[in-house]
Design a protein around this ligand. Structure first.
Ligand code: C2E
Ligand code: CA
Ligand code: CA
Length: 648
């Protein structure tokens, strides 16, 4: 009797593989459309996905052949197909492992260990492949189909082995690996192992592709996807960066619009997020509708950037004006009348050399210079803006470099000095050190770079370098010349560090000079910030006999009683006070009173900014002890002080 239904043939269920293949192809599509973040590890992901697609397709072919022996089977092609898959599978394992590994910073140090690991696993794996092929034990041909159980078991075992090794390596190096990666490994590896075990047990269904496609999807989603914001439908700034890089490489020209709502980025303001999200979404839609050439990116809740793909300035201008109209409407609509800043610039050449970060900085600069408080600003940047910004940018980069190198002899920091005249002795007894920055053959004045240095936390490095240079100059000058001291200007950042006094004394002691020949100038405004630390430094320096000057007296809110409590020895009147008092008798009265008051309390008085004979006469008449100003000498390189001091 024929046994109907007994021999339905050796057929496999490969719907799982088809699903994985579809997923991998979908992933590839997403990767090409979403401007993914192209980090160092990204190429492993791309290669991984491509290999996964080929491997899964190969697997499907294998199963097809195995299910239809009579139609497709040919011994050598089938063996080649299986071997091909096994090689691809190994490649995928390596790519995934490399991807995870690249995220650990210690990668390079232990490279030899990793390579050893690779080599031994690969040897083990491929000798297994060769053995199986040679023994013809990868598969067995039956009349009703091919039994590929051995083949599946072999690579699944290898997959498990690699998963376990990966798990162990990640755990050993968990200190250098981001928490998200560890969590991912903790979840995905056990899951993969379960799937592989099931694959070994289940002989009828093939679904192992999910074990490598799913980690690849996870990598993409977690680290590269640059998702769109659900409210506004804009991608984030990393997507813009990718776009930047590719467009520049293709030599495409574009303009950039920077849209910012200052009130929303102001931390003290707490907006109605829900209402604003809806409004923002509307604004974004409207801007997108202007032209297909406009691509919007969201940087933060109140900041957006738009890439305008055009060569024509008039086009860019036209689009920007439409943007402005949309923003105006937004301004009128919203209850709080949110004002906006819309800046546009276009210079791909510059972008290409400096990148997106530069553009953002440039726009911040434009915003700062063109910003009018509480008003809408629309500004189309031009060449001179680029030049001005370039200069500031260059200064900033130079200062950061100076800070990083921390070289006491840095030639970009130039020490100038201006001698100070002693009325009593009728000669120059001291000098004030004044800093200059030397960039590309130009001397940058301190008013230009000191604020930048303070903003970038570079000022302390500059002070330290100045102290070194002044000490060196004092060491040289004092061998031949007779003078009391040279003063150095300090900033708030210096004095708010409680160990500043120690640092400065240590520097001075490194030179062969009397420490009393170095004096420091502070301003009143420095006392306002972290008074405790500032006072501590002042007291400690005083104890060591280091003289302190109160600089720019009369520019701030000068409280006489308070000044008396501050441990300074010299009061340095600001030049504005001098100019005012010559014009105005009432100011003159106040100055006279203050000089008397300071003298009575044991302070030394100094006036700066004396430019002519009449100012000099006035200063001497009022009883100032010391005078500084162009009338006597302009600041020059510190070595030239030798022209003003007397020989010993
Ligand atoms: P400051 O401490 O008030 O320095 C005096 C400024 O007045 C100097 O400008 C000096 O060149 C200028 N000056 C001197 N005599 C006259 C005069 O007769 N008439 C006029 N109109 N000006 C005169 P400079 O060198 O451009 O320095 C400007 C400011 O930069 C300084 O003001 C000081 O606040 C700051 N600065 C300079 N060097 C340093 C430094 O090494 N460290 C720090 N933290 N700040 C410095
Ligand atoms: Ca000064
Ligand atoms: Ca001053």
């Amino acid at each position: 009797m024929p046994h109907f239904g007994m021999h339905i043939g050796l057929r496999y269920d490969i719907i799982g593989e088809y699903a994985s293949l579809l997923l991998a192809i979908l992933l590839l599509v997403f990767m090409s459309l979403t401007k993914p973040k192209k980090s160092k590890s990204y190429k492993f992901l791309v290669l991984g996905v491509l290999t996964a697609i080929v491997a899964t397709a190969t697997q499907i072919m294998i199963v097809e052949v195995a299910s239809n022996v009579s139609v497709y089977y040919n011994r050598s092609t089938f063996t080649a197909l299986l071997t091909f898959f096994l090689v691809l599978y190994a490649a995928i394992l390596v790519l995934i492992f490399n991807y995870i590994n690249l995220m650990s910073e210690k990668r390079l140090k232990k490279r030899s260990v990793i390579i050893m690991l690779y080599v031994s696993i690969a040897l083990f794996y491929f000798s297994g492949v060769v053995y199986q092929v040679a023994m013809k034990s990868l598969y067995f041909v039956r009349t009703d189909g091919i039994d590929i159980t051995h083949f599946t078991t072999f690579y699944c075992m290898m997959g498990m082995l690699c998963a376990v090794i990966c798990f162990i390596v990640v755990m050993i190096r968990r200190r250098t690996i981001a928490r998200i990666v560890i969590r991912g490994v903790l979840i995905v590896v056990p899951l993969d192992i379960i799937v592989l075990i099931l694959q070994i047990i289940d002989k009828k269904a093939i679904f192992s592709a999910s074990t490598y496609v799913i980690p690849l999807v996870a990598f993409y989603l977690l680290f590269h996807s640059n998702p769109y914001d659900e409210d506004t439908g804009c991608q984030n700034v990393s997507a813009m960066e990718s776009r930047f890089i590719t467009d520049i490489r293709r030599n495409r020209f574009f303009y950039l619009a920077y849209i910012d709502f200052p009130q929303l980025t102001d931390t003290s303001f707490s907006p109605d997020y829900e209402m604003l999200s809806i409004e923002m979404a509307r604004v974004c839609r409207e801007i997108e509708r202007i032209s297909r050439k406009i691509q919007l990116y969201r940087i933060s809740f109140g900041t957006y950037m738009a890439l305008i793909e055009t060569k024509e300035r008039s086009d860019a201008q036209n689009y920007s004006e439409q943007m402005r109209d949309i923003l105006d409407a937004f301004h009128d609509r919203t209850e709080d009348h949110f004002h906006y800043f819309l800046g546009v610039c276009g210079d791909s050449r510059r972008f290409s050399s400096v990148g997106n970060k530069w553009t953002q900085l440039f726009m911040m600069y434009i915003k700062e210079t063109k910003h009018i408080d509480g008003e809408n600003v629309y500004y189309f940047a031009n060449g001179s803006d680029f030049r001005d910004f370039d200069e500031i940018y260059k200064i900033e980069q130079t200062l950061l470099d100076v800070r990083m190198k921390m070289d006491a002899e840095d030639e970009r920091i130039i020490c100038y000095a201006q001698p100070i005249y002693s009325v009593d002795k009728d000669e120059f007894r001291s000098a004030e050190a004044l800093m200059r920055l030397h960039i590309d053959g130009k001397m940058i004045p301190p008013d230009m770079f000191i604020p930048i240095a303070e903003r970038n936390n570079c000022i302390h490095a500059l002070t330290v370098i100045m102290i070194h240079k002044v000490c060196k100059a004092v060491e040289n000058l004092s061998m031949e010349y007779d003078f009391d001291a040279i003063t150095i200007n300090c900033s708030t950042a210096d004095f708010t560090d409680k160990t500043f006094y120690k640092e400065i004394l240590d520097i001075i002691h490194g030179y062969n000079i009397d420490q009393k020949m170095i004096r420091l100038e502070l301003t009143e405004s420095m006392m306002a910030e972290n008074y405790e630390a500032v006072k501590h430094n002042m007291d400690m320096l005083n104890r060591e006999g280091i003289h302190l000057y109160m600089d720019d007296f009369g520019t701030g809110y000068s409280n006489l009683e308070r000044v008396v409590d501050v441990p300074v020895q010299t009061i340095k009147f600001d030049k504005s006070l001098l100019y005012k008092s010559i014009k105005d008798d009432r100011v003159d009265d106040i100055i006279s009173y203050m000089i008397e008051f300071f003298k009575k309390n044991g302070f030394v008085t100094l006036i700066e900014g004396v430019e002519d004979e009449s100012q000099k006469k006035y200063s001497i008449d009022r009883g100032f002890d010391y005078i500084q100003g162009y009338h006597y000498a302009k600041p020059g390189p510190i070595e030239s002080l030798s022209k003003y001091f007397k020989h010993k």
